[in-house]
Design a protein around this ligand. Structure first.
Ligand code: ADP
Length: 495
C-alpha cells in the first residue's frame, strides 16, 4: 500500500530542489543543491547533465528518507527549467555533450538566417513561438553541426529537455517528454500536440532522437528500484512556468499569474483556444491531461530579481534583497529616477535585443533609496506594458496572482496592484512551481480526479487592493514610457 505523500523534483536554472507534499498541500520537507553555471564563451550558457542528474537524485533520496521510505511516496512529480536541451546515448544513458541552457545565445545567427528567409510567420503559427535562440530547436541544430558525438550517434541519439533526461535516468530508459515542455522546443505543432515534420526539416532534427510526447499527468513509468529502495511511480511532468500556473490554480480562461524571480514570467490561461498573439507574446501549452490541451499566452520580462541582485552585489546599494522594501518605503517617490532594466535587451512588447539598460533623472538630491525604489517601480512598469499587450490580444486581466522570490516584498506587491489598478493575490505558500508539479502527480496517481479537485492544495492567499490616484499612476507611466523611448532611440542602428 503506497503512501499519500507526493515527491517533487524541481530542477531549476540555478538550483535543484526536491520537496515533499502532503495531499492537502502542506510542505513536509525541502532539500536543495546549487547548480553550477558554465559560461565557456560570451553568450554561451551550459550545465553539466551529470550534475543535473546527481543533484536531483541526491535531493530526491533525502526526501524519500525523510518520508520514511519509498513506500510512503504515492508518486513523483517533476518540474524543470524549460527549453534547456540535452543529448545522450540511448544504449549507455551517457550524456554526449553539455546541456545547452535556455539563456544561451550561440544560435542567434542560425535564427536570423531563417528569419531573413521569411520563416518566422509560419513557425509562429505552428509553434506559438518566435525565431529566437531561447527555444530548443536551434540549439539542437547547432549541436548536430558542431559536436561529432551528437552528429554521429545516429539511432543511438536521444535528445530531450530536462524532465525527459531525468525520466530516462530514473526509469532506466523511458524516453518521454510532456506536452508543456515539448511546446517550448519549437519542434511541436501545438495544435496537434505532435512533432511537426516541417519544423524537424527546418532544423535538421531526426525524429528518432526525440521523445514520445505524453500528458502532464498520468502513470508514466516506475523508477528503478535501486534509486529509492523500491520503485516509485512518476505521475506528473510540467515546465516550471506552466507548473506555477497550475500551482496558482489558473484553471479558467483569463486567470493570470506572474512569477517574479530572476526574470518575470506572466501566463494567462486561454482555455482550449490556441490564440495567436499580434503583440509578440508567446502561445504555449499550459497542460495536457487525458489528451486534451489547455493553452496560455505568455509574456516574459528578462530582468526582475536580477536587478535587485545587481544593486546588491555590483553596486553595493543593498545589504540584502529584503532591505529594498524598507528603502522604498523610506522615500515618498523615486525623486524622478527611472530605471529601464534592459541589461540583455528589451522583451515584449519591444523585443529589442541590443537595447541597453539606463538610469535616468539623477540629481544631487538622488539618494540610494530613490534608486532602489525606481528599481522596484520598474517591475510594475514592465508588467503594465505586458498587461497592455495581453489586453490587445484579447486576454484582459481581472486579478493578478503573484509568486517568486520578489513577491515576498509587500511594497512591491502593493505597487503592482496600484499601478495595474487590479487586485493582486499572493498565496501564503509561494512555492507554486513545486506545488503545481505535486498537483499533477496527485492527479496522475489518482489522489485527485481533476485539476479543480487538486487546486485545494493552494491554500490561503493574501489579497492586495488598489489604492492609488489615477493621476499618480499616469504620471509614473508617462515618465517610464519617455525613458523607454530614450533607451530605444539610443539603440537605433544596432540590430
Ligand atoms: P529564481 O527561481 O529565478 O532563481 P527566486 O524566485 O528564488 O528566483 O527569486 C530570487 C530573486 O528575487 C533574486 O534575484 C532576489 O534578488 C529577488 N528577491 C528576493 N527577495 C526579495 C525581496 N524581499 N525584495 C526584492 N527582491 C527580492
Amino acid at each position: 500500500m503506497s503512501g499519500q505523500t507526493l515527491l517533487v523534483i524541481d530542477e531549476g536554472t540555478t538550483s535543484t530542489r526536491a520537496m515533499l507534499f502532503g495531499a492537502e498541500g502542506s510542505c513536509l520537507g525541502v532539500e536543495q543543491r546549487e547548480l553550477h553555471q558554465h559560461y565557456p564563451r560570451p553568450g554561451w550558457v551550459e550545465h553539466d547533465p551529470e550534475q543535473i542528474w546527481s543533484s536531483s537524485l541526491a535531493c530526491a533520496r533525502k526526501m524519500v528518507e525523510e518520508a520514511g521510505g519509498a513506500g510512503q511516496i504515492a508518486a513523483i512529480g517533476i518540474t524543470n527549467q524549460r527549453e534547456t536541451i540535452l543529448f545522450w546515448s540511448r544504449a549507455s544513458g551517457r550524456a554526449l555533450g553539455p546541456a545547452i541552457v535556455w539563456q544561451d545565445r550561440r544560435t542567434a545567427q542560425l535564427c536570423s538566417e531563417r528569419k531573413a528567409r521569411g520563416d518566422e510567420d509560419w513557425v509562429q503559427k505552428r509553434t506559438g513561438l518566435l525565431l529566437d535562440p531561447y527555444f530548443s530547436a536551434s540549439k539542437i541544430a547547432w549541436a548536430l553541426q558542431h559536436w561529432p558525438a551528437v552528429a554521429e550517434a545516429g539511432e543511438d541519439l536521444c535528445v530531450g529537455t530536462v524532465e525527459s533526461w531525468l525520466v530516462f535516468r530514473l526509469t532506466g530508459g523511458l524516453h518521454i517528454s510532456d506536452a508543456s515542455n515539448a511546446s517550448r522546443t519549437a519542434l511541436m505543432d501545438i495544435g496537434s500536440g505532435r512533432w511537426d515534420p516541417d519544423l524537424l526539416a527546418l532544423w535538421g532534427v531526426p525524429r528518432s532522437a526525440l521523445p514520445e510526447i505524453v500528458d502532464c499527468a498520468g502513470s508514466f513509468g516506475m523508477t528503478l528500484a535501486g534509486h529509492f529502495g523500491a520503485p516509485v511511480p512518476i505521475c506528473g511532468l510540467a515546465g516550471d512556468q506552466q507548473a506555477a500556473s497550475i500551482g496558482q490554480a489558473c484553471l479558467a480562461p483569463g486567470d493570470t499569474k506572474a512569477t517574479y524571480g530572476t526574470g518575470a514570467f506572466v501566463l494567462t490561461n486561454t482555455g482550449d483556444e490556441q490564440r495567436l498573439s499580434r503583440n509578440r507574446l508567446l502561445t504555449t501549452i499550459a497542460w495536457q491531461i487525458g489528451g486534451l490541451r489547455s493553452y496560455a499566452l505568455e509574456g516574459s520580462v528578462f530582468v526582475a530579481g536580477s536587478l535587485i541582485k545587481w544593486l546588491r552585489d555590483d553596486l553595493g546599494l543593498l545589504g540584502n534583497a529584503a532591505e529594498s522594501e524598507r528603502l522604498a518605503r523610506s522615500v515618498p517617490d523615486s525623486g524622478g529616477v527611472q530605471i529601464i532594466p534592459a541589461f540583455t535587451g528589451l522583451g515584449a512588447p519591444h523585443w529589442h535585443a541590443s537595447a541597453r539598460a539606463a538610469i535616468s533623472g539623477l540629481s544631487f538630491a538622488t539618494g540610494r533609496a530613490h534608486i532602489v525604489r525606481a528599481a522596484l517601480e520598474a517591475m510594475a512598469h514592465q508588467t503594465s506594458d505586458l498587461m497592455a499587450c495581453f489586453a490587445a490580444d484579447g486576454a484582459q486581466w481581472e486579478t493578478l496572482r503573484i509568486d517568486g522570490g520578489m513577491a515576498a516584498n509587500d511594497w512591491l506587491a502593493q505597487d503592482l496592484c496600484d499601478m495595474l489598478d487590479l487586485p493582486v493575490e499572493r498565496p501564503r505558500f509561494v512555492e507554486t512551481t513545486a506545488l503545481g508539479a505535486a498537483m499533477l502527480a496527485g492527479i496522475g496517481c489518482g489522489l485527485f480526479d481533476s485539476l479543480e479537485d487538486a487546486a485545494a492544495m493552494r491554500g490561503a492567499v493574501d489579497l492586495f487592493k488598489p489604492d492609488m490616484h489615477a493621476d499618480t499612476r499616469s504620471a509614473r507611466l508617462e515618465g517610464w514610457q519617455a525613458a523607454v523611448r530614450g533607451v530605444l532611440a539610443r539603440s537605433q542602428g544596432r540590430p
